[in-house]
Design a protein around this ligand. Structure first.
Ligand SMILES: *[C@@H]1O[C@H](CO)[C@@H](O)[C@H](O)[C@H]1NC(C)=O
Ligand SMILES: *[C@@H]1O[C@H](CO)[C@@H](O)[C@H](O)[C@H]1NC(C)=O
Ligand SMILES: *[C@@H]1O[C@H](CO)[C@@H](O)[C@H](O)[C@H]1NC(C)=O
Ligand SMILES: *[C@@H]1O[C@H](CO)[C@@H](O)[C@H](O)[C@H]1NC(C)=O
Ligand SMILES: *[C@@H]1O[C@H](CO)[C@@H](O)[C@H](O)[C@H]1NC(C)=O
Ligand SMILES: *[C@@H]1O[C@H](CO)[C@@H](O)[C@H](O)[C@H]1NC(C)=O
Ligand SMILES: *[C@@H]1O[C@H](CO)[C@@H](O)[C@H](O)[C@H]1NC(C)=O
Ligand SMILES: *[C@@H]1O[C@H](CO)[C@@H](O)[C@H](O)[C@H]1NC(C)=O
Ligand SMILES: *[C@@H]1O[C@H](CO)[C@@H](O)[C@H](O)[C@H]1NC(C)=O
Ligand SMILES: *[C@@H]1O[C@H](CO)[C@@H](O)[C@H](O)[C@H]1NC(C)=O
Ligand SMILES: *[C@@H]1O[C@H](CO)[C@@H](O)[C@H](O)[C@H]1NC(C)=O
Length: 452
């Protein structure tokens, strides 16, 4: 029963002996013309398992068919050209080698035995006691053991849903994934877990899965706080109610005014004015969670519909310009929505541009009606424009000078007439005596000028 060259019973060949055999056998020996077959029941075995190895050949007179291995082996049978062995307690990957002789030539054949084992521990690390909605949750999974590692994958799960899959590396392998926790996804009380996939399907086996104990997530959210305006766009003069509300146990503070009690809304009313347009309301919510106080805030902007209003300060009501000059009519109106502003000459109905330069002509003189209009109404203001002729001033000056000259002439003439009348009163008596000295003086003036 026992083939020659094999010791009966269980025997263990040392790795050194195996190595020796390998070295002693020249590859490509003549005996390979009758190859030695090595059939393994399954080359992938569970750790600690056993397998049957059959060394066989078609050589007509084979000798010394044996199996070299570092594993515990037991011959389980032999026949013409074959010998079978049972390997047991396979705990690590190893190589097995059949050898034999055919007509004095050595024949060999080897095979690798792969051991697989399930992970000893698959664990999802504890989740935070309370997870705030809207924040990211980090899931960590630890896997100890498991082989072969290149066939092992770690899968993180939310319920049945696969969140991510990672190769297992390191010992213990630790993988982590970050998932955003959303209020609308029923994450509250969701069960998270992690699973290992030992995929031995390429080796002709199957997919082995191990799953961790689930961990249930408890989430909390402020749902905001929700800050509400009874009217987001309120016409001026209407009452607006601002409400701030958050979840149960949440204390809210609206514009510095706290709600009566936690879980209660905070509210206030205002009469919308122009100054409240674009006003931002601020609500602050706080919640105590495991001794920690968490804060959230919200803000909302109010739009007040008002106007239109024309600013008297920004819109001069009297303008005096010169003819044929470039001028700008400055005028502004305010309001929400933005009003449209137009100025028309009352007499002609012609429009003048606002804010852009234009050439002023004499016919621009007159009263203008500036009208601001929006869905909220209209506002009109009157502007008086006075355009003067360019030369009017020069003419005025010339006229003024002429008037002054005329006056001076008249006055001089009057004075002359007056003085002549006075003189005639004096010299009427002896006209001849006055005449003579005047004629006698003339040669004196002439002689005085000669030397020069
Ligand atoms: C070993 O292989 C030979 C040849 O293929 C076969 O005849 C024999 O039955 C096998 N032995 C066992 C135990 O499977
Ligand atoms: C299997 O092998 C391991 C070590 O390789 C050893 O500790 C264990 O005792 C063996 N078991 C049996 C049943 O031989
Ligand atoms: C067995 O594994 C070794 C490396 O561990 C490799 O070199 C060899 O080719 C393998 N043999 C077979 C038959 O797969
Ligand atoms: C959550 O993680 C995603 C990417 O994974 C990131 O884009 C996002 O900003 C994170 N959110 C928070 C609140 O940290
Ligand atoms: C999570 O598991 C618990 C108990 O195992 C179960 O009561 C609960 O319904 C599960 N939650 C979900 C969202 O399936
Ligand atoms: C892992 O899964 C396999 C089957 O897939 C099972 O036989 C084994 O007991 C599991 N191991 C653990 C630690 O749960
Ligand atoms: C806040 O406003 C939304 C819609 O604008 C409305 O559905 C909700 O009921 C309001 N909540 C409160 C507390 O007024
Ligand atoms: C709001 O104020 C305006 C003017 O100050 C007033 O006419 C109006 O009646 C007020 N409205 C309310 C609701 O108090
Ligand atoms: C929010 O309210 C809490 C107390 O309720 C306070 O400590 C915190 O400073 C407030 N934050 C802001 C921004 O007002
Ligand atoms: C309000 O909350 C946001 C984010 O939650 C934060 O960035 C901001 O600083 C907070 N504002 C105040 C005034 O506390
Ligand atoms: C002034 O007269 C000119 C033509 O001379 C005309 O084009 C312009 O519209 C007039 N403007 C006004 C405001 O009457």
């Amino acid at each position: 029963m026992v083939p020659s060259g094999l010791l009966p019973g269980v025997c263990r060949t040392s790795p050194i002996a195996l190595l020796l055999v390998c070295c002693l056998l020249p590859p490509g020996a003549q005996g390979q013309q009758f190859p030695l077959r090595l059939d393994v029941q399954s080359p992938v075995v569970p750790a600690g398992g056993s397998l049957l190895v059959n060394c066989s050949t078609d050589c007509p007179n084979p000798k010394l068919i044996t199996l070299e291995t570092s594993l515990s082996k037991e011959p389980v049978g032999n026949g013409l050209g074959w010998a079978a062995f049972q390997l047991s307690n396979v705990t690590s990957n190893s190589q097995v080698l059949c050898s034999g002789f055919c007509d004095g030539t050595q024949m060999t054949s080897s095979s690798n035995i792969t051991v697989y084992r399930f992970p000893e521990r698959v664990e999802l690390l504890p989740l935070p006691r309370w997870q705030p909605v809207g924040e990211n949750l980090t899931l960590r999974c630890q896997v100890a053991g498991g082989a072969p590692r290149d066939s092992l994958f770690v899968v993180l799960l939310r319920g049945e849903e696969e969140l991510s899959r990672h190769p297992a590396s390191g010992e213990p392998a630790e993988v982590e994934v970050t998932v955003p926790v959303l209020a609308g996804r029923d994450d509250h009380l969701a069960n998270f877990s992690c699973r290992t996939d030992l995929d031995l399907r390429p080796q002709g086996l199957r997919l082995f899965q191990n799953i961790s104990a689930p961990r249930q997530l408890r989430t909390f959210g402020f749902q905001g706080p929700i800050l509400n305006l009874s009217e987001p766009s309120a016409p001026e003069g209407t009452a607006v109610i601002v409400t701030c509300l958050a979840g149960p146990r949440v204390q809210v503070t609206l514009e510095g005014l706290p709600a009566a009690a936690p879980g209660q809304p905070a509210q206030f009313q205002l009469n919308a004015t122009e100054r409240d347009d674009r006003r931002i309301f601020f609500c602050n919510a706080s919640l105590e969670m495991d001794g920690k106080i968490l804060h959230r805030n919200s803000s909302v902007q109010l739009r007040v519909l008002y106007g239109p209003k024309i600013d008297q300060a920004k819109c001069p009501q009297r303008l005096t310009w010169k003819d044929k000059t470039l001028n700008v009519l400055q005028c502004e109106a305010r309001g929400n929505p933005d009003p449209q502003l137009h100025c028309f000459q009352e007499s002609s109905g012609l429009e003048v541009p606002i804010g852009i330069p234009f050439l002023v002509r004499l016919n621009y003189s007159g009263t203008y009606s500036c009208k601001a209009a929006s869905s909220q109404g209209t506002h009109t203001m009157t502007v008086v424009m006075n355009v003067r002729d360019r030369n009017s001033r020069a003419v005025t000056i010339v006229l003024g000078v002429l008037v002054v000259l005329g006056l001076v002439t008249i006055v001089a003439a009057l004075l002359c007439v007056f003085s002549v009348q006075k003189r005639s009163d004096i010299y009427h008596v002896n006209q001849a005596s006055t005449w003579l000295p005047l004629t006698s003086k003339q040669p004196e003036v002439a002689t005085g000028e000669d030397p020069s």
